[in-house]
Ligand binder design. Structure first.
Ligand code: GLY
Length: 568
């Protein structure tokens, strides 16, 4: 048996079940059930690292740090030290917090940096190569998380990832395909020959050893934040930037700070929704969508019926139009958060929804966008035996970020600058448009859709949830939340359920492969909607549901990727 499979089997043996099996008498599909603690990540080895930390007495926040660095090794597509993200936290005592470790624009960035002399966006400049990278936030974020909530020594949390990088791991089929799909771009952007550019490409079961990354992780392990933002690692990043004419300087790195922010909080049918505030648009948009859905009897209308999907789509179109207009970095622009999530605003905003036909997009707001392309990023959810919970969504933006691996340091840099609005009305790679609120400025954080979310019911932990998926993150969270609360699905059923997405522009409903029967598609078309069938799935949710009796259900999106839930 291959070691990776051995490991998964070991983890599942611990639990005595596989995620596909129903373990209950009621014949429902449930994920991995456990009595005390749960780790759900996008890679079996990262989940195992998290579980080991919990088993050693670490808390959820310790496990999150260890998982974060492990994902940087085993899931270099989106796991990272060269990117950023957001965390939403609920402690065993019910204390709530959110941590912003989003990348920011370098000091010498400017609002027109991706425009040519005619004022047109230069294609690809904010996505590929050194200029596309924002100042990374992940290491500062993990350091800050550990300073405030960690219990085990920092070094012991970085150690498992050093081991994985030094000793190697066997790549999965999906992992090999992801790398192979990016090789040409990596070769184009990286101006030397890193280990990842393997002659003939990668195959399932190949061993991946990353000595340079191990050496970077050792510096982070021994020096903490300073092991990345100062000294040798910082010098290597600056040297890489100098070679590729990027903008990040030693001062940019030295100045980077992760920021604690008050989470955004709302209600949905008696549940308390705790999510990420700006500079993510995710929490605001999710609360707006749920506030809108509350006006309809979603349960009676049924799951994925044309009537329900019509309502979801109409809500989504309005919310994404608001996102484009109002959302940006709150340290730079006034974001009217209270107004956007208020009952009155949403009632008024949604009053034009007609149950018998679609509203024309230009009546919601003007604009023009082509396609939604990319669905990367990664999310992990963790609950420990005391009930501490953390939801972390982290990203390089596109898979392998700007496709530049820092020479001598062995990690990819992000291409998060593409999440800014390079020019009002011109879409980014997710087809999202923006305006002044999300224009580029030195040290500003680019708007995100990442939506790590924790839900309480009756003042107790109820759900920990999140997903990758670019612009589809918000609508995926919206659907999984309703699947459990309105449609009374188990967590695994909610995660497995087929998804749709709409975002005002492009003016279409995107559906996963085989998501809807013809009758539902015809019903939506009769209401005036255009339907676009996607070749790929949307999102890779990693979620945990806490049952009133104390059991935890870990639901990885294993039908859409390598996600693995492990608990005890
Ligand atoms: N880079 C994807 C997001 O932050 O939404």
């Amino acid at each position: 048996m291959k070691p990776i499979l051995k490991l998964i089997t070991l983890g599942l043996f611990l639990l005595g079940c596989t995620p596909e099996e129903s373990t209950s008498a009621d014949d429902r599909i449930r994920g991995v059930m456990a009595d005390s603690a749960m780790v759900v990540t996008t890679h079996p080895l990262a989940s195992q690292v998290g579980l080991d930390i919990l088993a050693k007495g670490g808390n959820s926040f310790d496990a999150a740090v260890a998982v974060h660095f492990a994902l940087a090794v085993v899931f270099p597509e989106a796991g990272n030290v060269g990117g950023g993200g957001f965390a939403v936290i609920r402690t065993e005592k019910g204390e709530l917090a959110s941590l912003d470790f989003r990348e920011k624009a370098p000091l010498s960035a400017g609002r027109d940096m991706y425009l040519d002399s005619s004022g047109d966006v230069i294609s690809g400049m904010s996505r590929l190569g050194h200029l596309a990278s924002g100042v990374p936030g992940s290491v500062a974020g993990m350091w800050e998380l550990h300073q405030k909530y960690g219990s085990l020594p920092w070094e012991s949390l970085v150690e498992p990832s050093i081991k994985l990088a030094e000793e190697g791991f066997l790549i999965t089929d999906l992992g090999a395909n992801n790398i192979n799909g990016a090789l040409d771009f990596i070769a184009q952007a990286t101006q030397y020959s890193p280990w990842i550019l393997k002659e003939g490409g990668w195959s399932e079961g190949d061993s991946v050893i990353q000595e340079e990354l191990a050496s970077t992780l050792k510096k982070i392990g021994s020096k903490g934040r300073d092991g990345f933002y100062l000294g040798e690692t910082a010098d290597l990043i600056v040297a890489e930037m100098t070679r590729g004419k990027g903008l990040i300087t030693a001062t940019d790195l030295e100045k980077y700070e992760a920021i604690w922010r008050d989470p955004i909080i709302g209600e949905y049918r008696g549940h308390k929704i705790i999510s990420m505030p700006p500079p993510s648009s995710g929490g605001v948009a999710l609360l707006q969508l749920l506030k809108g859905a509350e006006q309809f009897d979603i349960k009676s209308l049924g799951h994925n019926t044309s009537k329900t999907l019509h309502i979801l789509t109409e809500l989504e179109r309005r919310v994404y139009a608001d996102r484009a207009t109002y959302l940006g970095d709150p340290d730079f622009v006034d974001v009217p958060v209270a107004m956007l999530v208020s009952e009155a605003y949403n009632r008024n905003r949604n009053a034009s929804i007609d149950l018998s036909q679609k509203t024309a997009s230009q009546d919601i707001k003007e604009g023009s966008v082509d396609v939604i392309e990319s669905t990367q990023t990664t999310h992990y959810s963790i609950v420990d035996s005391k009930g501490n919970a953390i939801a972390v969504t982290t990203t390089l933006n596109g898979y392998f970020g700007c496709k530049v691996m820092v020479e001598g340091a062995g990690f990819f840099l992000n291409n998060e600058m593409d999440d800014f609005s390079a020019k009002p009305g011109v879409p980014n790679m997710f087809g999202l448009i923006g305006n002044e609120a999300n224009a580029i400025a030195p040290e500003k954080r680019m708007l995100s859709s990442m939506t790590p979310t924790i839900i309480e019911k009756d003042q107790k932990l109820f759900m920990v949830n999140g997903t990758p998926g670019g612009s589809t993150i918000i609508t995926t969270l919206f659907q999984t939340t309703m699947n459990v609360i309105d449609h009374e699905m188990t967590m695994q059923e909610a995660v497995n359920a087929k998804r749709i997405h709409s975002q005002w522009l492009p003016d279409s409903i995107y559906i996963e492969p085989d998501a809807l029967p013809d009758s539902v598609v015809l019903g939506l078309e009769a209401l005036g909607h255009g339907i676009s069938s996607r070749q790929r799935n949307m999102g890779k949710v990693n979620a945990i549901l806490a049952y009133p009796e104390g059991q935890l259900e870990g639901a990885a999106d294993y039908t859409r990727g390598d996600g693995t839930a492990l608990g005890y």
